[in-house]
Ligand binder design. Structure first.
Ligand code: C2E
Ligand code: CA
Ligand code: CA
Ligand code: CA
Length: 277
């Protein structure tokens, strides 16, 4: 809420109180939703730029309150992070997605790599290494199929804790991707320091590569740098053939985006991308 134009404390306090009680209500609803099984995981395919092959998928959580429209993560992840509920929710997403992958692998399908988002609040509040060990143990998913996505700002915010976490990921055999690459304010030094497997070029750069020379230059530079460092590159939010053509020229490895498919419920992802015809 904006403070401008409010000239009495009365207004302002009332506003804040209302906001606070709305938050509390949402938090309560989210807790109930988690206990009541109202969250679902959707999967967005990751596709090879060169030949259109399926390389894997990213797990993206949604909230489906019974009888209501599906709620996108942008509407509840920030509150889940503030309240700490992200720890339980994130653990649920991880477990659900790993179990699904194990199931598909067990039936001889080839879903590729599974990417799961990790919030900075999970790192801050939970022993992430323990969580990962548990999820891998409980689901039996071989760690080489799992990749975690962390934003560069999360990574930077963690300092030494991040280094320990990244070392643990390596030791467990789990991949690491930097999400929303290019949107943070960090130096690039960490690319050398941490062993990163993948950079995901943020959608904001991909969106205009066909029309904006600067965005094209940025994408080209990211791809070149990543190649030199032996890190793979994935473009986010690819919506047009023109964008895909340019990414192919740049030798970008993989992409996600509505051009191929949005995130899908497990059964639809299976039907469209995994089932043998
Ligand atoms: P993200 O990790 O950057 O995920 C990519 C977002 O871009 C997803 O939105 C995806 O549906 C959307 N997207 C994919 N292709 C296109 C495209 O071609 N065009 C456009 N306009 N959008 C595209 P979504 O699912 O709404 O998720 C939003 C954010 O919520 C995610 O951004 C991520 O930061 C967060 N999030 C989602 N699921 C989880 C989760 O399980 N854990 C955590 N910690 N965060 C999550
Ligand atoms: Ca992501
Ligand atoms: Ca992203
Ligand atoms: Ca994003």
């Amino acid at each position: 809420a904006k403070a401008e134009g409010r000239n009495t404390y009365g207004f302002y306090t009332e506003d804040l109180t209302r906001l606070a009680s709305q938050r509390l209500e949402l938090e309560t609803r989210l807790r109930r939703a988690l206990a009541g099984g109202e969250f679902v995981v959707h999967y967005q395919p990751v596709i090879a730029v060169a030949d259109g092959r399926l390389l894997g998928a990213e797990a993206l959580v949604r909230w489906q309150p019974p009888g209501e429209v599906m709620v996108p993560p942008g509407a509840f992840i920030p509150i889940a992070e503030e309240t700490g509920l992200i720890v339980a929710l994130g653990e649920w997403v991880l477990g659900t997605a790993c179990r699904q992958w194990r199931e598909w692998l067990d039936t001889g399908l080839q879903p590729g790599s599974l990417a799961v988002n990790l919030s900075v609040e999970q790192i801050r509040r939970r022993d992430v290494e323990g969580m990962l060990r548990e999820a891998l143990h409980d689901t039996g998913l071989p760690p080489r199929w799992l990749e975690l996505e962390i934003t560069e700002s999360s990574l930077m915010a963690q300092g030494e804790q991040a280094e320990a976490l990244l070392a643990a990921l390596k030791a467990l055999g789990i991949g690491l991707a930097i999400d929303d690459f290019g949107t943070g304010y960090s130096s690039l030094a960490y690319l050398k320091r941490f062993s990163i497997d993948k950079l995901k070029i943020d959608r904001s750069f991909v969106q205009d590569i066909a029309d904006d020379r600067n965005d094209l230059a940025i994408a080209a530079a990211v791809v070149a740098m990543a190649r030199a460092l032996d890190i793979s590159v994935q473009a986010e939010g690819v919506e047009t053939e023109a964008q895909l053509d340019l990414l192919r020229e740049l030798c970008c490895g993989s992409y996600q985006g509505y051009l191929c498919s949005p995130a899908l419920p497990a059964d639809e992802f299976h039907a469209r991308f995994l089932a043998r015809r």
